[in-house]
Design a protein around this ligand. Structure first.
Ligand SMILES: [Zn+2]
Length: 339
């Protein structure tokens, strides 16, 4: 190979995904091995890193004990299918690190790091399918299996100054063929009614100054729905900043929270610059900008997309495929999942 071409080829190695890297290593191994035998094990036998699986197994046992009975007397019980096995002394049943998690029984674990990378990058199903070399329907199923545990992974408590504000996401019947109440819009289309209507789904976001964030799709924009979404995590002495909407005001009064109503959206009073809703409004902006690529999501799946975005935000700069696989197994950034 020409030296200049080789240098270009070499520099593109950094763009390989995990599966491509393995194929390349295998091809190089075959080329280098005179007997023609691959230098590496069959890629189908490769799996999620064994250390990662052990970590997940131990962390889950520390959180919930035996996945069958909650017992704490657990011992190692060999391994099977490349995963460590454990046995519970109380109920006598065996399990592996992924038993009773949404990842249990999911095929091609060697491609999970690619799936995790697709979530980090916020890829559409089509792109994720290509990256992971799986079909569109498999990529769709993986996405929702990977996000399922994150729907429980929210901060138990918001503290200090908490900003809360609602935003609206256009209702979508994407993928739903029966039971539609009206003719489908073109995907990602505009609401046929102006302003707030039944077609706008209220989403509440509350964020404290440490960045801990709770979001929820509200069945309706009233104090009761807000209480169900935020009540458990938002208690005095936390103080609430909001735009003065009636529903959130009623919720704050019932919860006994000190309420700071901002005179204009996001604008702090000069004498109290720390009371504002700029962070939560910026979060809304990032959420909506990020969601545009999906061209409208089915309303039933909206909580999963909120969880996806919340997890990207919670990991911040520390996200990597292993962290996302741990999160998908119920060990998310807020460590609140109980799957
Ligand atoms: Zn047990």
């Amino acid at each position: 190979m020409d030296a200049a071409v080789f240098s270009v080829w070499l520099s593109s190695i950094g763009q390989l995904n995990a599966a491509q890297r393995r194929s390349a290593q295998q091809a190089l191994g075959e080329a280098a091995t005179p007997t023609g035998k691959p230098a590496l094990a069959d890629p189908a036998e490769a799996s999620v890193e064994p250390e990662l699986l052990s970590q997940i197994g131990q962390a889950r046992q520390a959180v919930q004990g035996c996945p069958h009975c909650g017992g704490d007397a657990i011992g190692r019980w060999g391994s099977a299918n490349g995963k460590p096995r454990y046995r519970c002394a109380a109920c006598g049943r065996t399990f592996n690190p992924l038993t009773a998690t949404p990842l249990s029984g999911l095929h091609y674990p060697e491609r999970w790091p690619d799936q995790a990378q697709a979530l980090i990058a916020g890829e559409t199903i089509a792109k994720a399918a290509k990256r992971c070399a799986v079909s569109y329907t498999t990529a769709f199923r993986w996405r929702h299996r990977f996000l399922a545990a994150l729907n429980q992974d929210k901060p138990a408590q918001l503290s200090g100054i908490v900003e809360a504000d609602e935003t609206f996401v256009l209702e979508s019947f994407k993928g739903k063929r029966a039971g539609m109440t009206r003719a489908p819009r073109q995907r990602g289309g505009k609401s046929s009614k102006r302003g707030l209507s039944k077609e706008q789904i209220p989403v509440m976001v509350a964020r404290d100054r440490s960045g801990a964030t709770i979001d929820a799709v509200l069945p309706s924009l009233d104090a009761r729905s807000i209480g169900q979404a935020l009540g458990a995590a938002l208690r005095a002495p936390a103080e609430l900043c909001c735009d003065g909407g009636r529903a959130i005001g009623a919720f704050a009064r019932r919860a006994g929270l000190v309420l700071h109503v901002l005179p204009a959206p996001g604008l702090p009073r000069p004498e109290a610059p720390e009371w504002h809703i700029n962070n939560v409004n910026a979060y809304h902006g990032r959420l909506k900008e990020w969601m545009r690529r999906f061209h409208g999501v089915a309303t039933a799946n909206l909580p999963s997309y909120l969880s996806w975005r919340r997890t990207i935000e919670a990991f911040g700069t520390s996200q990597n495929p292993s962290a996302w696989i741990r999160a998908a197994a119920g060990l998310g950034p807020y460590q609140q999942a109980s799957v």
